[in-house]
Design a protein around this ligand. Structure first.
Ligand code: DHE
Length: 522
């Protein structure tokens, strides 16, 4: 009788795996005993409130995987608080009015329980998912539409998982196509702008031919993916994963697997990848890690052969980071730190600390030249970096020589994305969180003052802007199922056009992205 009263959380996970026919889980290692009633209740709560975002088997979907390995940096009491109050800078809502304290604690115990089946995604799994619809040169190298190919935009519509290709001169849609579930991070263009590579949170990599409006190849690189990067020679693509803890390199042509790099240090501790970026002047990829205090530099493959990794030890975990325009310095921060670190990639060490309290969103950081008077009264240009803050209503502007804060620009709430363009006098920052999420600020790059605050759709989140090729227009998303994108004149700040879209998130201009324009993300 007593025996019957006990079940295992692990068994419930196993049932889920069998039902979904998933090939992601392998044999049990550890089983935690809890009463059958509690196990059933926690599973019901998980299914009702968590599974839609974190996946029915805790492997991640819109939200991250919830497995002990992925939660190493989060203490259990902090996790209970996150369930009650939500998590800053994410889509995680507060559940304190929906789940009582016991339910919240039971959920925390559940997510910190090792699944009976360990999730895996092997080279064999990767290879088995590869589909090549069109081989090299099978499709014509001219477009099936007329437009300035360097001034195209892609708009990711998160609401119904579609992508719209937009003419950047007329702002007329050219084509709309279905994407994989929950694309996240910037799609990456091939250097000539013909192809684009998308990554979905559940690990799918899609290569799309913009000239022919067709998917060329697809492969599933992992279970829970962060982002991808493409090399400047256009020959390889690398994917950073949360689950499994690895980086996966593909040949950019047909997404043939080249190499899996397990992310583990010499002592055997493994880590999720915070993100991986291309570093053009270095001919390398740079990845920062979430659970190891290391930055990894991965050279492009030579003659198709992947090279060995160079590892740089840093002072703290780097959740978020970006580079100076020369890719000599990496500027990064941990989400819980009170400051950022400047890593000299040539010297291979941390060379400075930056006073950046709150939660700077360095992934959205931009740089520009800011005019100051020198000791002789002459105007000289100083390179500054600016970052929104995910916790506080401010934009920090930092001198990139002294690493001192020049100004903290007060905004109406925490912001997610910041953008500018070399030819624009303005930088735009959204107010993504809180009661003023409908607002977007326009900052004068020379005075560091907010010159205008736009509220284009009262009550709806206005977020993420991208400039066109010559910096004369800006498009802004109204982040709503009944949403739209709004085109502005980038100089007069006057609204020019609205196009209905389904929760449009990021927008990506071919020229700005392929030229590594300073005002946008790379
Ligand atoms: Fe993002 C880019 C990490 C939550 C929308 N986001 C990125 C990148 C990283 C990142 C590392 C750069 C990848 C690249 O371009 O190659 N994002 C994170 C997080 O750690 C965080 C805070 C938590 C998480 O859920 O993973 C997070 N991000 C979100 C969201 O909640 C957003 C608003 C909605 C969504 O899609 O889930 C969101 N992130 C975006 C967008 C970009 C992005 C639109 C690309 C911006 C660009 O202009 O390049």
């Amino acid at each position: 009788m007593l025996k019957n009263k006990f079940s295992t959380i692990g068994h419930l996970v196993l049932i889920g795996a069998v039902i979904s026919g998933s090939a992601l889980l392998v044999q049990a290692e550890e089983i935690t005993e809890v009463s059958a009633e509690s196990a059933a209740q926690v599973k019901l709560d998980y299914t009702a409130h968590c599974a839609a975002c974190h996946g029915s088997e805790r492997l991640g979907a819109m939200g991250p995987a919830l497995l002990p390995d992925n939660l190493k940096r989060l203490r259990k009491n902090k996790a209970t608080k996150v369930i009650a109050e939500g998590r800053a800078a994410t889509q995680m809502p507060a559940f304190k009015n929906v789940l009582n304290e016991d339910q919240r604690k039971a959920l925390v115990d559940y997510i910190y329980t090792k699944p009976t089946m360990t999730p895996t995604w092997t080279e064999k799994d990767i290879l088995s998912t590869q589909v090549v619809s069109y081989k090299k040169d099978e499709l014509p190298s001219k477009t099936v539409f007329e437009a300035d190919l360097m001034n195209l935009f892609l708009v990711v519509e998160l609401g119904d998982h579609h992508v719209t290709l937009l003419n950047g001169d007329t702002f007329e849609p050219i084509h709309r196509f279905k994407s994989r579930f929950a694309l996240h991070g910037g799609p990456k263009y091939s250097p000539d702008g013909r192809f684009v590579y998308f990554a979905s949170r559940d690990g799918w990599i899609t290569k799309y031919d913009i000239y022919n409006l067709k998917v060329v190849a697809e492969v599933r690189a992992g279970i829970n993916t962060r982002n991808l990067a493409i090399s400047s020679d256009g020959k390889s693509v690398i994917v950073g994963n949360y689950l499994p803890n690895n980086l996966v390199m593909f040949d950019a042509e047909s997404l043939d697997l080249m190499k899996v790099y397990p992310v583990v240090n010499d002592e055997g501790t493994n880590s999720r990848v915070s993100a991986v970026y291309n570093a053009p002047p270095r001919n390398t990829y740079i990845a920062a890690l979430k659970d190891l205090k290391e930055v990894w530099e991965i050279p492009y493959p030579v003659d198709g052969k992947p090279a060995e990794i160079r590892k740089i030890t840093v002072d703290d975990y780097l959740d978020d980071f970006f580079f100076d325009p020369d890719y000599k310095l990496l500027i990064g921060a941990s989400r819980d730190a009170i400051g950022g670190q400047v890593v000299d990639l040539d010297l291979g060490k941390v060379v400075n600390q930056i006073p950046l309290p709150g939660m700077p969103h360095l992934g959205s950081g931009i740089t520009w030249d800011y005019p100051v008077k020198d000791s002789r009264g002459q105007t000289v240009m100083k390179q500054v970096l600016a970052s929104p803050n995910l916790k506080e209503g401010k934009v920090s502007v930092i001198d990139m020589q002294t690493w001192k804060v020049i100004k903290e620009i007060k905004t109406e709430g925490p912001g997610f994305f910041m953008r500018s363009h070399e030819k624009s006098p303005y930088a735009w920052v959204d107010v993504f969180f809180g009661p003023n999420k409908e607002a977007v600020h326009v900052i004068d790059k020379a005075t560091l003052e907010i010159v205008k605050t736009l509220r284009p759709s009262p009550g709806k989140t206005a977020a993420h802007v991208e400039f066109n090729k010559d910096g004369s227009k800006v498009i802004l998303s109204i982040w709503d199922m009944d949403g739209e994108i709004i085109v502005y004149d980038a100089n007069t700040l006057k609204e020019e056009k609205r196009l209905p879209m389904v929760k449009p998130s990021g927008k990506y201009n071919v020229w700005n992205k392929t030229q590594y324009e300073r005002g946008t993300s790379h």
